[in-house]
Ligand binder design. Sequence first.
Ligand SMILES: Cc1cc2nc3c(=O)[nH]c(=O)nc-3n(C[C@H](O)[C@H](O)[C@H](O)COP(=O)(O)OP(=O)(O)OC[C@H]3O[C@@H](n4cnc5c(N)ncnc54)[C@H](O)[C@@H]3O)c2cc1C
Length: 479
Amino acid sequence: MEKLPSARNMGSATAAAKACLAAQEALGPDLVSLAPVNQTIVGVNWSETCWEAPSCVVQPSSAGLVSVVLRIILQFQVLFAIRSGGHSPNPGWASIGEPGMLIDLSRLDAVSINADASLVSVGPGQRWGNLLAALDPYNVTVVGGRLPGLGVGGFLLGGGFSYFSGEYGLAADNVRNFEVVLGNGSIVEANAQVNPNLFWALKGGGSNFGIVTRFDLATIPIHTVYAEIQTYAAAESAAVLRALAAWQLGTGASDVRATVVAISSLSGTTVGFIYSQPVATRPGAFAAFANIPVLATVLPPTNLSALALVEAAAGLANLAPQRHDYRAATTHVHADLYVDMFNFWAERAAAVHRKTGANQTFVLQPLTPNLVQQGIDKGGNPLGLRPSNLSWWTTLIDWRDAADDDIVRGVSIATTEEWKKRSGERFLYMNDCSRDQNPLPGYGADNVAKLRAVSRKYDPHQVFQRLQQDGFLLRKTNV
Ligand SMILES: Cc1cc2nc3c(=O)[nH]c(=O)nc-3n(C[C@H](O)[C@H](O)[C@H](O)COP(=O)(O)OP(=O)(O)OC[C@H]3O[C@@H](n4cnc5c(N)ncnc54)[C@H](O)[C@@H]3O)c2cc1C
């Protein structure tokens, strides 16, 4: 891509100070916090790796005010970052230090449900738990986050892997319309009829094109589901991974109502079995796991609401303020490969745990042919996936000391390198990518070219490439 002038070279400290004052004048002091920005606002980011204090935080409460902010950014050529829920652990994605402006979208949290509850409109600053709670009385839900506190905006723009993705596709595939503020401040809608290329690009293309201020999501006719969550001893981790592969390749995963979530740590593997309708006994789809002895039951076999499921899962992730990272790899489905890779990871994770206290998990997320087909049938997305069985590997890492950043992250970096060598898959799922990874080349050269054309058309000043602090950006993509 051509070299673009950087705001870092343009006397940006002065520009940022002027832009922050202009924003405060336009939006008022309640919506603009000037430096020194208060720590509560800084601490919204899930990971301490992103606790940076910007020149100011602006908290626009409408698309119109986002438009005002982007016009100010364009006028003063100031660096900025966009934050919805702040769950990205990548420094500079949803955080920015001085000089720079943080656009925090937490006040854009409106939820509105249409008359027949087939469509719900939600602001990017909302959390999935609140959205599911609003939908619960209508006996519907959405393809959305698997934990209640997770942010809506970043999740949807990166794709969105849900409990119901095997049946309905990624969350982004179920967006019917985006309201977007472009780099020049204009407010547009993007859907299958209006701005269709921008619509396609936003279904997994991240923060390259504009600030999304409203998502209109198709609801799905699911309320009560079957779920159980079991923990298996560490000695059974290999058996669980073998069962997962058998489930993926056998008849288990071809039942689109069934999904499995398996989270391995050094102390054992916790597995969620979810079936998207109420049933009296454990569905046969999960037979591959039947003979593995359970160590402890987290959630006994239950029929419960989609909202209650997400709430029950809340305890499975560490949402405490610590340093965090995650990292992506994609692999084909093979039991021996899973077990070898688990052992490769576990040996290193154990050594680093002994040295630093860092906790790491090993997670395989099953991609099914129907998941990909749903995206194609719903108009396509830029991810470039073909219907087949794959796994998206990820890890969540929690640690305390900044001095340990490299050694802790080294385990997952070594693991992804080994996955790449052993599996040969180059796709990386954006929502699980770490700061030094770039998912866009894995979308394929044709899709990257299309994304670039959309970026040039809708952002002629290249505001989101030149002035955005960091992210999975086209400016960093050389295909
Ligand atoms: C504990 C945990 C569990 C997770 N589980 C899942 C899961 O089950 N499935 C899954 O798919 N992912 C999962 N993720 C990953 C998650 O989807 C990403 O971290 C996602 O970015 C979170 O959304 P957010 O709104 O908090 O993003 P933020 O951190 O606020 O932003 C992430 C990126 O999106 C950009 N962005 C955010 N909002 C907008 C907007 N409105 N317009 C333009 N750009 C925007 C930001 O600039 C940034 O680059 C999980 C993450 C964590 C920490």
